[in-house]
Design a protein around this ligand. Structure first.
Ligand code: HEM
Length: 414
């Protein structure tokens, strides 16, 4: 239980679950703005929680060893996103060791290979596409195929259409309950069965993949005791690469949305611009648009902050979207402006769409550099392509996790 003597204010509502579902990404910021605070106490799903936002809160949240993700993420989301046994459910030395495996895949060669596969798959997806297409669908198809090839698995044995549908269902269903969620769990089980077969076939030599490929690294990975990962856990980690790579399609749809809706802010962009200029645009897309709303942690090492004692087991939600829009960290935070990232020195606690802090010592997303590189490549392709944007509903509902423009951002290819 949280201590009652606390300088962190409590919101008057008995339980805030309904308000969270109603207000979505704005839930934490709405209350912080009203109470002139960066943290408040409430109940969600009848459980005591401290909600917090902003770079100072993120710095506390990402102190190595302070929080665990176990018991901190709703079971419904965990089952579709990370799942039991995955790197995100580990702590301490076991986490660092497994995390290193992921970071080793993200060197310049690994990212370069991913981008050249993506370029080819994007061109092929464009060539196959009907003239009128949802950019989100087009990007998903190219990314799913790229993810399969990049991890080292043979496309023909992966049934890319089916995998795209399953991986997409996991992403769509993660923020909800109801039939969509149950269908997504069924799809996840299918993907896990397939991924387990792939791991077992790599291990018994029936499937040969490049020795350095991500699939081989997972299949061969040894934990701290020197044992191979159980095949179910290796399958979970393989999906941990495939699923979020498909999720990058959302950021690509948002990049298309930004090029259309924030034309004044992007008129300087051209496909041939150096990476630094393209990166400023992509960083602003990652900062501005709503994707991963918040991340939960349960206190492992008690600490005090903001006049509040956080005891072992306390539940905390760090608002990622609210930190990316924090009124003091970002000037005119709700304005889309890539220029703010020109000459940006980087900061591990104010721009946290994929988590903050350090990569190895904490849970920050290991796919962040790859995500940025894929977004740069896709933005270049979009700037170079001839398409029009037909009349459609471009609004982005802020109470749907994960968010997307209502129309999925439809384009009409020339
Ligand atoms: C689509 C864009 C992406 C978003 C918005 C995103 C977001 C996140 C977030 C918020 C976390 C949790 C951070 C925390 O617990 O503090 C995370 C962790 C993780 N992400 Fe991503 N991610 C993305 C892309 C990727 C990609 C491309 C990969 C791999 C190819 C990836 C693999 C992972 C893994 C394995 C973890 C767990 C890390 C750990 O617990 O140490 N993600 N991501």
């Amino acid at each position: 239980m949280l201590t009652s003597a606390s300088a962190i204010p409590r919101v008057p509502a008995f339980d805030s679950s309904l308000a969270l579902w109603r207000e979505g990404y704005l839930f934490v910021s709405n209350r912080c703005n009203t109470l002139a605070t960066d943290a408040f106490r409430t109940r969600i799903m009848m459980r005591e929680v401290v909600c917090m936002r902003g770079p100072a809160a993120a710095e506390q949240f990402y102190r190595p060893g302070r929080f665990t993700r176990r018991g901190a993420i709703p079971r419904t989301a965990l089952a579709l996103l990370q799942d039991w046994g995955s790197v995100q459910t580990l702590d301490g030395e076991a986490h660092r060791h497994r995390k290193q495996m992921f970071m080793d895949m993200m060197d310049a060669a690994g990212i370069g290979r991913a981008i050249s596969i993506f370029r080819a798959e994007w061109q092929a997806a464009l060539a196959r596409s009907p003239r009128r297409v949802r950019l989100h669908d087009l990007a998903r198809e190219a990314l799913a195929r790229m993810a399969i090839v990049w991890t080292g698995l043979p496309l023909e044995r992966a049934d890319p259409k089916r995998r795209t549908a399953e991986l997409s269902a996991m992403i769509e269903g993660a923020g909800g309950f109801g039939p969509g969620h149950l269908r997504a769990r069924l799809m996840r089980r299918r993907s896990e069965r397939w991924a387990r077969q792939m791991i077992e076939q790599i291990r018994n030599g029936k499937l040969s993949v490049g020795a350095d490929s991500p699939a081989a690294r997972i299949a061969d990975h040894r934990d701290l005791t020197g044992a191979q990962l159980p095949s179910e856990v290796a399958a979970v980690e393989l999906i941990n690469l495939l699923r979020p790579l498909v999720a990058v399609a959302r950021f690509i749809a948002f990049a298309g949305h930004a090029l259309q809706v924030h034309r004044n802010a992007v008129e300087h962009l051209a496909p041939g611009l150096p990476d630094a200029d393209m990166e400023a645009f992509v960083q602003e897309v990652r900062r501005y648009y709503p994707f991963f709303p918040m991340i939960g942690g349960r206190v492992l090492q008690p600490f005090s902050w903001s006049g509040h004692s956080f005891a072992g087991g306390d539940w905390v939600l760090l608002d990622l979207y609210g930190t990316n829009h924090h009124p003091e960290a970002w000037q005119e935070a709700d304005r889309f402006d890539p220029q703010r990232f020109r000459g940006w020195q980087g900061d591990a606690y104010s721009l946290i769409p994929q988590g903050g802090g350090g990569f190895i010592a904490g849970h920050r997303c290991p796919g962040e550099w790859l995500t940025i590189a894929l977004m740069i490549e896709a933005s270049r392709r979009l700037l170079a392509a001839s398409y029009t944007v037909p009349e459609q509903d471009l609004t982005i509902p802020m109470n749907r996790f994960p968010a997307l423009p209502v129309s999925g951002f439809v384009i009409e290819l020339a």
